[in-house]
Design a protein around this ligand. Structure first.
Ligand code: NA7
Length: 318
């Protein structure tokens, strides 16, 4: 088995922007927006918010990642709590439920401010419904408003301003985020005032994606064992009623062995784990998702955590 090298981290290109932005006629909100988490998703989103003239205050755990945003006009703060103090609406976009909770309940976290009157908190990190309810409850107890705004889409879709936003919670916050959502998403759904629903919908979509990717990888690996050209399979697949733009793109990546992270494999496996925990609480049987999760877990052990989810293909080679 060849040694697996980590994919290169792409530096944020502050000058690139989605082609769609010019057509969207965005009138920026006058409010100040805080942003916690400048990973691949967060930085792409903040870059476009700055471009569309939103006032932005940022924080990231690794402080170096803030510099390009300061150069582009954003303010940087030392702690999440300082961002909350300086902003009206605060977005959070970090790796997982633990990170999301740390930023709210931890040292120097959002709730250290105690009084969140006139503040709104928007959770964009992919989290499970229970985590979202805990965060929402914490924010509300300090008199703040809470919205879960789950972002569905790849890093490229974020760069193209083509995300789908699934929101739930406080409707007034949803409306006040309009110019931000219009900047980064092609569609935005408000799924009701019950916190947790948007997380459920997002995780259900991720289940469809994860199971489909493993099916695709397994089938292409079989084709390869027969020495059938993977490109031929993909061309024929394209002519069938099964085709989808995403599966075609992922099939091509598998055929090329190009696993440049659009949606990292570790994120996919995190989502499947969250789905299975949700199902467990309901005694809902999910045999296919369970096996899918095992396949992704194993692919992580092979060294592909930071590669794209399409690297699940590598699991099917001895
Ligand atoms: P990345 O590029 O892996 O970035 C992860 C970000 O989360 C990055 O800013 C991290 O800070 C931050 N992070 C992770 N854990 C923590 C904790 N415990 N405390 C503070 N900050 C943390 O992920 P993406 O940007 O692609 O995705 C982010 C979310 O959007 C994810 O939930 C997706 O599903 C949707 P660092 O720079 O490492 O200091």
């Amino acid at each position: 088995r060849p040694v697996v090298t980590r994919p290169e981290t792409q530096a944020i290109d502050m000058n690139s922007r989605s082609n769609t932005l010019a057509d969207r006629d965005i009138v920026p909100s006058e409010q100040t927006f805080g942003f916690l988490g400048l990973g691949m998703m967060g930085s792409t989103i903040v870059k476009d918010l700055i471009y569309t003239k939103h006032k932005v205050v940022v924080w990231n755990r690794t402080i170096d990642k803030c510099q390009p945003f300061v150069d582009a006009g954003a303010e940087v703060k030392d702690t999440p709590m300082d961002v909350v103090e300086a902003a009206d609406i605060i977005f959070c976009c970090v790796s997982d439920p633990k990170g999301a909770k740390d930023l709210v309940f931890g040292n120097c976290g959002v709730l250290q401010l105690k009084d969140l009157r006139n503040k709104a908190y928007v959770e964009m990190s992919t989290i499970d419904p229970e985590t979202s309810m805990d965060i929402g409850e914490g924010i509300k107890q300090c008199n703040g408003r809470y919205l879960e705004a789950q972002i569905h889409g790849s890093r490229q879709e974020a760069a193209d301003g083509m995300l789908i936003i699934l929101a739930g919670g406080d409707r007034t916050v949803f409306e006040e985020c309009h110019s931000c959502f219009k900047t980064i998403a092609k569609n935005t759904f408000f799924l009701g005032t019950d916190v947790g629903n948007a997380c459920k919908v997002n995780l259900i979509l991720q289940t469809i994606l994860g199971v489909s990717l493993v099916g695709l990888a397994e089938a292409l690996a079989l084709a390869d064992r027969f020495s059938i050209s993977l490109n031929d399979i993909i061309d024929i697949f394209d002519l069938t009623s099964m085709k989808s733009p995403l599966l075609l793109a992922k099939g091509k990546e598998m055929a090329k062995g190009d696993f440049n992270p659009q949606q990292p494999l570790s994120h996919m496996q995190r989502d499947l784990r969250l789905v299975l925990n949700m199902a467990e609480n309901l005694d809902q049987s999910m045999p296919v998702t369970s096996i899918t999760n095992e396949v992704f877990k194993h692919t992580k052990r092979l060294g592909y955590s930071e590669h794209d989810s399409s690297a699940v293909f590598s699991n099917f080679y001895p």
